[in-house]
Every structure is written in C-alpha cells, then in structure tokens.
Design a binder for this molecule. Structure first.
Ligand SMILES: O=C(O)CCC(=O)C(=O)O
Length: 240
C-alpha cells in the first residue's frame, strides 16, 4: 500500500493563506508551545491510513507498572524506530522496535510530517490504539532522557475524536503562590485561563508539542464513555 500525502506544509503549501489559516499556535509560556493543525490530512487520506493501521499494525496491550503496581495498559500499542537507537523503556515496559521498512505507509507519513514542520527530524514512532471510551492515557510527560531536554513531538490522530488535555506541572513557585496572600479568586482565574488547555483531536489532525512542554506540562487522553469508536494516534519523536 502506498500513500502519498497531500499534507499541509508550512513551507510549500500552494495556498498558504487558506490552508494555514487553521494552524493554531498556543504559547504556553516559558519556552513551551503547542501547534495544532485540525486538517493536516484530507478525510480520504485519513480513512485509508486508519484502515491500514487498524488492520496491519501488530498491536499489543502490555502489562506496565504504574505507582509500583502492575496493570494492563489501557490501550493498544506498537513501536517503530530507526536501527541502532537506544531502547525505549517506559513504565517498566520495553517495546519491541519494528523497522520503518515493515510499514511503508508510515514512512510516507514520516515524510509528510517532516515537510509540514521544517527543521524537524524524527526517527521513532509510538503508536496507540484506543478501542473505545474506556481506553485512555493517564497524566504523564514524555520526558524520558533519550528524548533530550526540549523534545519536539508530533502527534497525528485518526478515527474517533478524543479530548487531549494539557496541564501545567505544579512548580515550586506555584506551590509558594498557594501560601502567599494572593486572593483565592485571582488564583483560580490564573489556573483556569493558562494552566490547562484542551484540544479535541480531529480525524487527520496534527498536534505538535515543543520547547519545554515535556519539562513543565503533563498531558492525557481521559476516559470518555461516549467515545465508542476506535481511535489511532501516532506520536513521532527524535531519540538522541
Ligand atoms: O493519543 C494521544 O493523543 C496521546 C498519546 C500520548 O500521550 C503518548 O503516546 O505519550
């Protein structure tokens, strides 16, 4: 199967005004930012890739360790990486690294993401499949050492729309703020305005986290009872 994507490219879009007008850039402050492109891929391309991924990827649902306890990861997963990279280990689990050559459409996808994000360089891909509203990923940051201090992570979504939440990590200075004499009303406003963000990740969308987002923020895809259909998500990363 070969898919040649007509994905939106920052540098080469034939109609940048129309296509990039939907590109949203959210400055999270202190050198962290998110870029969201709701229609990165066309609907047709997105459904073709969804079907391919749903059927052809060797999905597994591993046992992981969270807060010292073993549990079955609440979503399916698979990992693809270039040869010779250090192993990825998260929550006590080391996924097998498949080759890009095993999945040619993922190589095309990698190329499309590189084109859309000039200067980006990704060499690994973590795939997730959520088979209904109970499947989820809890609050975490992708702050493993092998990604370095300011990783860029590009996330492409297919199928059922799900909410993606970002929340600022409690920092020493924000703990201090709680005990100072700032009025409670003002604190609440600050928190609800800028310390949390929510995105509904659409079929064929691209969301990018950059800068210090993994150091200063955590993210999650929470359970949603009404999200009955399957969702597949690809997160492209650079292992240093
Ligand atoms: O499914 C998503 O949108 C997020 C996946 C995620 O957080 C991760 O793979 O670390």
């Amino acid at each position: 199967m070969s898919l040649r994507f007509k994905a939106i490219s920052e540098a080469t879009s034939p109609n940048p005004d129309e296509k990039n007008s939907k590109r949203q850039r959210i400055d999270l402050g202190n050198g962290s930012e998110v870029v969201y492109i709701p229609r990165f891929l066309t609907l047709d391309e997105s459904w073709k890739l969804f079907d391919y991924l749903n059927k052809e990827i060797p999905w597994t649902r591993p046992t992981i360790r969270v807060f010292g306890r073993s549990c079955v990861q609440p979503r399916d997963t698979c990992y693809v990486a270039s040869e010779g990279l250090p192993d990825l280990v998260y929550s006590g689990y080391q996924p097998h690294a498949y080759s890009w050559d095993d999945f040619p459409p993922l190589k095309d996808m990698l190329e499309a993401v590189h084109k859309a994000l000039p200067g980006s360089r990704f060499n690994s891909l973590l795939l997730n499949r959520y088979k209904g509203g109970n499947d989820n990923v809890g609050w975490h940051a992708d702050d493993e050492k092998l990604y370095g201090s300011t990783p860029e992570i590009a996330s492409v979504s297919f199928g059922c729309e799900r909410e993606f939440l970002l929340k600022k990590k409690p920092s020493k200075s924000s703990q201090e703020r709680k005990v100072d004499d700032e009025p409670a009303r003002k604190r609440l406003k600050k928190s609800s305005n800028s310390d949390q963000h929510s995105f509904t990740l659409k079929h064929g969308s691209l969301l990018v986290m950059r800068g210090y987002t993994q150091r200063d923020w955590i993210h999650s895809v929470p359970k949603r009872q009404k999200a009955e259909a399957t969702r597949v998500n690809l997160t492209f990363r650079l292992v240093l």
